[in-house]
Design a protein around this ligand. Structure first.
Ligand code: BGC
Length: 446
């Protein structure tokens, strides 16, 4: 496991203390002074691989490292200097820290990661959440593509899990009960008869600690939280970290890691609500086109607990193996599963080997051209079409959120796994490290 501060985890170097309010690091723009892109790319990446100093990477070290390559590729010193000048004068990749009010009297902060390609992500310490995510459309115009509140207090007052890290067990556990090593555990039931998203005070409702922030490419922030033994009914002291990194390739990576001191169950995911049109509330997601890289999903009962079956998507409204417009079948009342979910609220069995990073879904907004690909190591992904947004909450841009205004794609182990022997296990033992990694990759279509 890579503990905070460990050498295998460069994100932890360059950790900044409190009081830090902004830093700028270089990101490459590639000039082509008679050189192949590859040659300059190699020189720059060698340079940028440098010693991990966020601010003002040392030219001299960059030059030293590049000299070897220069010789190999017969690049002259002048060209190298031009390349390095362009690199340091390029658009800034920044990390900023700012206050964001209080939650239950505890100060909340936002860390803003910005890359050199027009993407920025605001990560909030309350719930280790994605507060905002600005992404350019096909004309280069940036807009915020996630739902959220304008103040920290609203996240506690009206929990919708906007952008949040949810757990200890994201999604549902039947009747809020499970058995582990012969012992029965009782959790809070906060969703009809069932337990949902870690209960009344899940890890989305606590203020996480900022372990480190790092500028450069990728820019990153590491947050941590310790959930005490017995919290919400779960056994074991759980130590969790959430690492958010934003690369110059417009990839936002979220990596969750956790350890326990007693056998326990867990399922941690990110619960962002996406609307690729931007500034959600101006239009819904029913015109978005979705692909889910899955041949089966796990059907549910009327309380949204899986029946245990893995059902083939072929011939059902759940078939997203080829891109489909979400709105086309979201109201298909002939399908009992759509009725149970009031639309889509189901876990898909992602193709390929869990534990390896592989494509889970792709979403495209034909109007803006924004495309989001989701890759994950998790075995499943919950596709939720925002069915319970009911117009009673006002979002950060001052608009109300209504049904279908956003969609969630939550990489996870399957719902209710602790009670389903045929589902991938959600068990974590002392000495093991739980991980769940998800990559949101942004691009545009024509
Ligand atoms: C669940 C929905 C729930 C939503 C907000 C989703 O993960 O599947 O049923 O309404 O979260 O809590």
């Amino acid at each position: 496991m890579q503990e905070p501060g460990d050498a295998a985890h460069p994100g932890h170097r360059g950790s900044l203390g409190n009081g830090f309010h902004g830093m700028v690091a270089s990101s490459p723009r590639i000039p082509l002074w008679g050189l192949s892109r590859e040659a300059i790319g190699d020189i720059l990446s060698e340079y940028l691989r440098g010693p991990g100093l966020g601010v003002g990477r040392l030219w001299i070290i960059g030059i030293q490292r590049s000299l070897l390559l220069m010789r190999k590729q017969q690049v002259n010193v002048g060209t190298l200097l031009v390349a390095l000048t362009m690199a340091t004068a390029g658009e800034a990749a920044e990390v900023k820290r700012m206050d964001f009010g209080k939650a239950d009297g505890v100060p909340v902060e936002i860390v803003e990661l910005t890359n050199g390609s027009g993407v920025s992500a605001k990560i909030m310490t309350l719930g280790a959440s994605i507060h905002s995510l600005n992404v350019p459309d096909r004309n280069g115009k940036s807009a915020d593509i996630v739902l959220g509140y304008a103040t920290a207090a609203e996240y506690l007052a009206k929990p919708q899990y906007f952008g949040a890290t949810v757990g200890r067990y994201a999604n549902r556990i039947r009747n809020g009960q499970f058995e582990l090593d012969g012992k029965r555990y009782k959790l809070e039931t906060n969703d009809g008869p069932n337990h949902l998203h870690g209960g009344l005070r899940g890890i989305d409702k606590v203020v996480w600690k900022i372990d480190s922030v790092k500028a450069g490419s990728p820019a990153s922030v590491v947050l941590s939280h310790v959930s005490p033994d017995g919290q919400g009914g779960y056994p074991g002291t759980l130590k969790v970290t959430a690492t958010y990194s934003l690369s110059d390739k417009n990839e936002l990576t979220v990596e969750y890691r956790a350890t326990t001191d007693k056998p326990t169950v867990l399922n941690i995911t990110n619960h962002s609500y996406f609307n690729l049109a931007g500034d959600a509330g101006s239009s819904d997601i029913l015109g978005h086109r979705l692909t889910v890289f899955a041949d089966a999903y796990t059907p549910v009962d009327s309380t949204l607990i899986p029946t245990g079956e893995r059902r083939n998507v072929a011939g059902t409204p759940f078939d997203f193996r080829e891109a489909q417009t979400i709105g086309l079948r979201v109201r298909d009342g002939r399908d009992e599963q759509i009725r149970f979910g009031r639309g889509y609220d189901h876990n898909y069995v992602i193709r390929g080997q869990a534990g390896t990073l592989r494509p889970a879904a792709r979403v495209e907004d034909p109007a803006s051209g924004r495309v989001m690909e989701l890759l994950t190591t998790a075995p499943g992904v919950q596709f939720y079409s925002g069915n319970f947004l009911d117009g009673t909450t006002v979002g950060k841009a001052g608009r109300i959120y209504r049904q279908g205004d956003a969609l969630c794609l939550e990489p996870q182990v399957f719902p209710d796994s602790p009670n389903q022997p045929d589902f991938p296990t959600a068990r974590l033992d002392p000495g093991q490290t739980y991980t769940n990694t998800m990559v949101y990759r942004f691009s545009t279509s024509r």
